[in-house]
Design a protein around this ligand. Structure first.
Ligand code: CA2
Length: 145
């Protein structure tokens, strides 16, 4: 059975409490519950971590080596700034899918660039919590094929 590491980056712990207009009303717990249910259906195991710290996310990616076969990541604002997270993902060579709740291309120009996208299998952006579910499905399909 494939094991997938789900990583949530900075401020995603605030979901559902503020800015529901942009990010929807689901809390991170809600999203994690949906992911657990989807994982059951897809017959994969998932481990979930949220961190507001870049280094903790880098450490989690390193620890995934040999433990997880895929990574689903919403790196939050680090998407647009972190060469360190990109290098970690590229270093462990674990197939990665990048997801975003909002459509980052409809927003401010500084959100249009992702350091992660070029080293990911693909990116899903703009579907709210469905972005995570679609991303998990795409990742598992990729691993199964
Ligand atoms: O759309 C996404 O999923 C983002 O990764 C969310 C990040 C943002 O920096 C990215 O550009 C796009 C923000 C994370 C959530 O931030 C919140 C801030 C206040 C209240 C609730 C959430």
């Amino acid at each position: 059975m494939f094991s997938i590491l789900v990583l949530h980056g900075p401020n995603l712990n605030l979901l559902g409490q503020r800015e529901p207009g942009i990010y929807g009303s689901a809390t991170l717990e809600d999203i994690n519950g949906l992911l657990e249910r989807e994982a059951l259906g897809l017959q994969v195991k998932i481990s979930i971590l949220q961190s507001n710290h870049e280094g903790a996310l880098v450490d989690a990616v390193h620890s995934a080596w040999g433990q997880h076969q895929g990574i689903l990541i919403n790196a939050g604002a680090y998407t647009h700034t972190s060469v360190a997270i990109r290098d970690a993902l590229a270093g462990v060579k674990i197939p990665t899918v990048e997801v975003h709740l909002s459509n980052i291309y409809r927003r401010e120009a500084f959100r249009h660039h992702s350091y992660i996208a070029p080293i990911a299998i693909g990116q899903i952006s703009g579907f709210g919590s469905d972005s995570y579910l679609l991303g998990l499905r795409a990742l598992v399909n990729h691993l199964n094929n």
